[in-house]
Design a protein around this ligand. Structure first.
Ligand code: PMP
Length: 359
């Protein structure tokens, strides 16, 4: 069992013990102040001037989904005629979230099926052609489902074009640490936008990078003009939260703030995030090599070019159905493989099966 897991179990039980001894009191409507502060440092940078200047309105949310939904409701309430531009494809729930918040959706080009990479030209075109001041949903890193992220240089061009068009970037950061193994590097896109003077929105989730799936630990932040505006925006976010769920859950928030607030625990966590990301990168190499060894004539370069938790394999729904029915291998019908489920024990079996259905 990993060091961090053991430490977490002991923290977790001492927190529960402590909490049970004390009470199970509500958090404030906006959530845990400590957890929010740590989350902002992770997304905006340890020494961020925006944090020091108190320009960020932030609330603890019901994980990443809750952060997106709260933002969507905020958008609808204060800019009722606005749209949200969503990449094609995206995590399917993005469509549900903005639909239920009654924000009309438009899409922008993102994935290029032939190259199994980024459709950069299409993306830039759609950014240029959107009405000035549009809202765009961007995956901060480790795009779900494609595993395709813009390069640093491309992010710079995107950020520049956003500035020209006065668009508002809303970053969904559900996988900070999963792309490169380093949460700091994975915040690069956000930092580029911040450096260019954008006001941004950001949804954070600790489901994946801390394994806190069911604890529903997340954070929504919006960078404002100044402290006064940030206070007003936070107050409005809380007003939306109040009739919806009143206040967020406490246990995961305490785990997050305990780990991020303690330098020794934080460095253990960073080490383990890296182990996790490197293991996935290793499995990508093994899967690609196994397919090549089997003599597959198809190109599997995208398995190692894509990053993060998912591999957008390019398999058709029919091929995925064969994997399920004949080999008991399960994935979404769009061909998305969760690389976290690939291990040294099953990678050969997986490669054989993929080769069989793609022959
Ligand atoms: N955004 C993206 C892109 C995701 O893939 C996910 C999880 N699959 C989420 C947000 C939200 O996850 P959670 O609500 O569990 O934090």
């Amino acid at each position: 069992m990993s060091d961090l897991l053991l430490t977490m179990i002991s923290i977790s039980s001492s927190i529960s013990n402590w909490w049970n001894l004390q009470n199970r009191e509500y958090l404030p409507m906006g959530g845990s102040v400590n957890m929010i502060e740590e989350s902002l440092r992770l997304a905006y940078g340890e020494d961020s001037e925006f944090i020091k200047d108190k320009r960020i309105a932030a609330v603890q949310t019901l994980s990443g989904t809750g952060a997106c939904r709260l933002f969507a409701d905020f958008q609808k309430r204060f800019l009722p005629d606005s749209h949200i531009y969503i990449p094609t494809p995206t995590w399917a729930n993005h469509h549900n979230i903005w639909r239920d918040a009654q924000v009309p959706q438009r899409t922008f080009a993102y994935y290029h099926p032939e190259s199994r990479g980024l459709d950069f030209a299409g993306l830039m075109n759609d950014i240029k052609n959107a009405p000035d001041g549009s809202f765009f949903l961007l995956h901060a890193c480790a795009h779900n489902p494609t595993g395709v992220d813009p390069s640093e240089e491309q992010w710079r061009e995107i950020s520049y074009q956003f500035k020209v068009k006065n668009h508002f970037p809303f970053f969904d950061m559900a996988y900070q640490g999963f792309a490169s193994g380093d949460p700091e590097r994975d915040a690069k896109a956000i930092r580029i936008f911040l450096g260019n003077g954008h006001q941004i929105g950001c949804a954070q989730s600790y489901a994946k990078n801390m394994g806190l799936y069911g604890q529903r630990a997340g954070c929504l932040s919006i960078l404002c003009d100044d402290e006064m505006q940030a206070v007003a925006v936070k107050s409005q976010l809380q007003q939306i939260a109040r009739p919806m769920y009143s206040n967020p859950p406490v246990h995961g928030a305490v785990i997050v703030s305990t780990i991020l607030g303690d330098p020794a625990l934080k460095s253990l966590w960073l080490k383990e995030v890296k182990v996790m990301a490197d293991r996935i990168i290793g499995m990508r190499n093994s899967l690609k090599e196994s397919l090549e060894k089997l003599g597959s004539p198809l190109s599997w370069e995208h398995i190692t070019n894509q990053i993060g938790m998912f591999c957008y394999s390019g398999m058709t729904p029919e091929q995925v159905d064969r994997l399920t029915n004949e080999f008991h291998i399960y994935m979404t019908r769009n061909g998305r493989i969760s690389m976290a489920g690939v291990t040294t024990g099953n990678v050969t079996y997986l490669a054989n099966a993929i080769h069989e259905v793609t022959k």
